[in-house]
Design a protein around this ligand. Structure first.
Ligand SMILES: [Zn+2]
Length: 985
């Protein structure tokens, strides 16, 4: 974050230069992102791309093309197993053990359908070389122990592991992960997609592993797959940042290259034989929503995705056709009323060697295949015949320009976004530069557009007249779960039919051996680590200048944004009447998706696509650093645009503030979409919902959070959409007309608020006139101080369609400036890594367990994710205090403090650094206040952790909530003194 002068950037090497056994093949400038791309090759065949850029966040990845020939999940299981111990780091879990020993900004590993990648990023130089060493050792020199294969791959185990008379079970982390994955409609859709379009290629296999095929994988096959794929001759290395390239290459040479000799590998993927006539396919997922749970999508195979021109053109066409609610393919599909939204994976997909295009609808009942197919084909035909409005094409090209220029760490760190943009063309044998720089392709496209029809012909030839087409239906099957279970039992019976007594004795012995290994403590001293002196003690004082404009305060923030302007308008609200609170988050959702100032939603969506990179609105509550009861409500509009369009962006935000328009039809469409999204998120993020439900019982900010984004908000929405005004529910909102009336009052209320604006842009673009926005605010109401009542403190259970539970407990603690706050933050990290993961995940069999501390809202929470237990987990939460009396040392404490410091130093980028500083300052979280917090954090002791736990996290202060499949109340919960109040979601 502290930026060195540009002269500190290392110079790029020259083409042809030798760096050890590497040769520099190409050096290319990247003007849009102000960087340089260096492409090298190694004598052993490894390729290396290095991007030199002024960015403190450095990145690394190594990627291997992995082309499985079956569905045993070999590539995915291998990804797990290489992370379970290597030559230099022979501990069971070096990857997870590194998480708290590092200040990384990203660490992960991913298996795609035809490659596997291991990326990380960090802002600390020592950390970079620590992680580099762990990643290189793991991928090239893994131990791949037989026990690891059994633990994470698959194994037989008796229900009681030491009793061979109990039933046999199939176990394994990936085996269970994929059983869960194949219950998720999105994953089933993705697998069915590849299989339908490329039935003869590797994409027809389930690269993650099909549960029925995973047991066919042998230990020898796994090792052979590693030897054939994880080799320098098959490796694509990527590095990014301003660390010296030679030092990185030397480390790779010494650690990896020196241990290998060249090898000839064949990981090529042939062409798929084209279909001579369109096909139909079906896939099923386990589910009961036969009314609205199906989707139908029409898929086409296109040309090679390494063809940069075609890739660009299909991407632009995809955005033209589907990029916004008003787009010519999206709108007729949605307005047909057949389904609730576009099918998963709609649009152009370049993640196969030959690309694909897909479009369809979801939220369907049974029997809609023909109707959707006809609608899609008729609409495409109409678009091709009627011609595409050139303005729409300009709008999409304009979105591309924004995408090329934007430098943001939102989502993935930019350091790794660069890698993902390059990876596709690079791995498929195209030019990696085209992922980063498209000027030549854009020039050719513009010339062709001037000469005549481009996209209409692509629709005709690539889609309508292309026989390589599949209409794919994905439907819920209420019996599938039971059938899968029966199939699994049949598989176990078949595989174990010939087992002798010796076989059974061996299974018992191997199970006991695995349990013994899991219970062993492993000294982690071999792993590299950081110390507390690596934590930067100061917080960045990003400069900005402010000015008053009537009631408004404006900050102007100069940042190297790549030519984009970002405008935030935060409106601090006056007192909000209680009957408007529940409507507020719906207002924020709907206001940017409706019409405004005489334009309907279609016209406004087109206008936003043409001149902005997107505008969003959100409602939030702020807590004073000294007082948990001092809350403030804000509604914020945020948008971005190319600097030349910044005045037009300001006009859009002005119209949304002053003259939003809501029609009944559009609002109903929007609320239905939101309801479907929220419903789906309950089983996906049940822990967050349970935490909010518990937090609402102890904290005023938590009570607002529950009404804005918890299950109460879901209930409010359901009441409105389903038109049932239940007394005491739906915030008293009786239906759409009532909601629209309340929206009108919210609009008026907003304009009496206090606006705080932030404009982020390069210096010359900071003079933007903002009076169109600031002049709207004429009232004199002071900023309100909401005091929402907390919910009664009673354990709450909500039941939903879930085979597992999400348990939570929450405590109200102290405000940010209280001396105990840093210790609570450290405690949350310590409990998470050293206690809850082990007790709830490893021993309890849940997918996850966590502790968290929101140091602004003062809420401390513990929760579990996809948990088979309820009472057991609450006992684990209760026993956390006893864990603090077990022998804990300096290492555990240091790691917990390192982890906590990462929360205080989030990764920022030019678009966010200044406005985060400004709004934090405005809310009282100034650099001095934050540095005082950090100083205390670095001095936290183990005794502090015990003391804050005894003071603040006592049973009488706890609030409980669970989201689960059925009434959880039973005797073991009673023993804990817990009786849950149970309601359906
Ligand atoms: Zn996995």
């Amino acid at each position: 974050m502290t930026s060195l002068s540009p002269s500190a950037l290392p110079a790029a090497p020259r083409v042809g230069e030798r760096l050890g056994r590497y040769t520099v093949e190409r050096v290319e400038t990247l003007p849009e992102m102000q960087g340089t791309l260096v492409l090298l090759s190694h004598e052993l065949g490894a390729r290396h791309a290095h991007v030199i850029r002024e960015d403190d966040n450095a990145a690394f990845s190594v990627t291997f093309p992995t082309v499985p020939k079956d569905s045993t999940g070999v590539a995915h299981i291998l990804e797990h197993i290489v992370l379970m111990g290597s030559r230099r780091y022979p501990v069971p879990d070096p990857f997870f053990a590194m998480l708290p020993r590092s200040l990384n900004t990203f660490m992960n590993a991913m298996t795609s359908n035809d490659w596997t990648t291991y990326p990380f990023s960090t802002r600390n130089e020592q950390d970079f070389f620590n992680l580099l060493s762990v990643y290189l050792d793991a991928t090239f020199l893994p131990l791949m122990r037989y026990e690891s294969f059994r633990q994470d791959g698959h194994r037989f185990e008796f229900e009681t592991p030491d009793d061979p008379t109990t039933p046999l079970k199939l176990q394994g982390v990936v085996y269970n992960e994929m059983k869960g994955g194949m219950a998720n409609p999105g994953s089933v859709m993705w697998r069915a997609f590849g299989k339908a379009l490329y039935p003869d290629l590797t994409y027809a296999n389930n690269s993650g592993g099909a549960p029925e095929n995973i047991p066919e994988l042998t230990y020898d096959n796994l090792r052979a797959f590693h030897a054939a794929h994880y080799h320098p001759s098959n490796a694509f290395f990527y590095t990014y940042g301003k660390l010296p390239l030679e030092r990185i290459l030397d480390a790779i040479e010494a650690h990896v290259m020196a241990q290998f000799t060249a090898q000839v590998l064949d990981v090529s993927i042939p062409d798929q034989t084209p279909f001579t006539a369109p096909r139909s396919e079906r896939a099923a997922y386990p589910g009961t929503d036969t009314e609205r749970g199906a989707q139908v999508s029409v898929l086409w195979k296109l040309g090679l995705s390494s063809d940069a021109d075609a890739n660009l053109r299909w991407s632009v066409l995809s955005d033209v056709l589907l990029g916004n609610p008003a787009a010519p393919l999206t709108r007729p599909l949605i307005e047909s009323g057949l389904g609730a939204g576009l099918a998963d994976l709609s649009g152009y997909r370049d993640s196969f060697r030959e690309g694909a295009f897909a479009v369809g609808l979801k939220g369907l009942g049974a029997g809609q295949v023909q109707a959707v197919e006809t609608l899609v084909l008729d609409t495409l035909r109409a678009v091709a015949e009627g011609g595409i409005d050139p303005e729409l094409i300009e709008s999409s090209l304009h979105q591309f320009e924004i995408g090329q220029k934007e430098v943001s760490n939102a989502g993935y760190p930019f350091a790794l976004q660069v890698m993902f943009r390059m990876l596709g063309p690079w791995l498929y044998g195209g030019d990696p530069l085209t992922g980063l720089r498209l000027d030549a392709e854009l020039d050719r496209l513009r010339a062709d557009l001037n000469a005549g029809r481009v996209f209409e012909s692509m629709i005709e030839e690539g889609l309508l007249n292309n026989p390589h087409r599949v209409t794919l239906e994905l439907a819920p099957d209420p019996e599938l779960a039971a059938r899968t279970e029966a199939d699994e039992q049949a598989l176990i019976d078949r595989l174990s039919a010939g087992f002798t007594d010796e076989d059974r004795a061996r299974i018992v012995a191997e199970s006991l051996r695995l349990k013994e290994l899991q219970a062993q403590e492993h000294p982690l001293d071999t792993l590299p680590t950081l110390s507390l002196s690596d934590v930067p003690p100061s917080v960045p004082r990003v400069p900005y200048r402010t000015e008053d404009a009537g009631r408004a305060l404006i900050a102007r923030i100069a940042q190297p944004t790549g030519g984009l302007s970002y405008l935030d308008v935060q409106v601090r609200l006056p007192d909000v009447p209680d009957d408007l609170l529940d409507a507020l988050p719906l207002y924020a959702f709907a206001v940017t998706r409706g019409g405004a100032a005489g334009q309907d939603y279609v016209a406004l969506a087109r206008r936003m696509e043409a001149v902005t990179g997107g505008v969003s609105a959100s409602v939030s509550s702020g807590v004073h650093p000294d007082d948990l009861n001092a809350l403030r409500l804000s509604l914020s509009f945020s948008g971005k645009a190319l600097a030349r369009n910044a005045p037009a962006l300001t006009d859009v935000i002005r119209d949304l503030l002053a003259a939003p328009e809501f029609t009944r039809d559009r609002l109903e469409q929007l609320l239905r979409q939101r309801l479907a999204g929220l419903k789906a998120s309950v089983v996906q993020s049940g822990n967050a919902y349970a935490e909010r439900l518990a937090g609402a019982q102890v904290s005023p900010a938590g009570a607002l959070g529950e009404r804005f984004g918890g299950l109460s908000a879901l209930n409010t929405l359901k009441g409105i959409v389903e038109g049932r005004a239940v007394e005491g529910q739906s915030g008293g909102i009786s239906g759409l007309d009532d909601l629209i009336a309340r929206f009108g009052r919210i609009r008026d209320l907003i304009l009496t608020g206090t606006p705080v604006l932030a404009l982020t842009a390069t210096e010359p673009d900071l003079t933007l006139d903002l009076s169109g926005v600031t002049s709207l605010f004429t009232g004199s109401a002071p900023v309100g101080r909401p005091a929402p009542a907390t919910a009664p403190r009673t354990p709450q259970a909500r039941t939903t369609d879930s085979p597992v539970a999400f348990n939570a407990v929450a405590f109200q603690t102290v405000p940010y400036t209280h001396p105990d706050s840093p210790a609570l933050l450290v405690l949350s990290r310590l409990l998470r890594s050293n206690y809850l993961l082990k007790e709830i995940r490893e021993k309890g069999g849940a997918y996850g367990g966590a502790a968290s501390f929101d140091n602004r809202e003062g809420v401390f929470a513990m929760s579990s994710y996809r948990d088979p237990n309820v009472a057991r987990t609450y006992r684990v939460f209760r026993d956390a205090r006893a864990f603090l009396d077990t022998p804990l040392g300096q290492r555990e404490l240091t790691e917990a403090i390192l982890g906590a410091s990462k929360v205080l130093d989030p990764l920022t980028s030019p678009d966010t650094a200044g406005r985060m500083r400004f709004y934090s300052d405005q809310a009282g979280y100034t650099p001095d206040v934050q540095e005082a917090y950090k100083t205390r954090l670095l001095a936290v002791t183990l005794d502090d952790l015990r003391r804050v736990m005894d003071t603040w996290l006592t049973p009488d202060r706890a609030a409980y909530a669970v989201v689960t499949g059925r009434d959880p109340n039973d005797d073991s919960l009673k023993e804990l003194g817990l009786t849950f109040d149970v309601q359906g979601v």
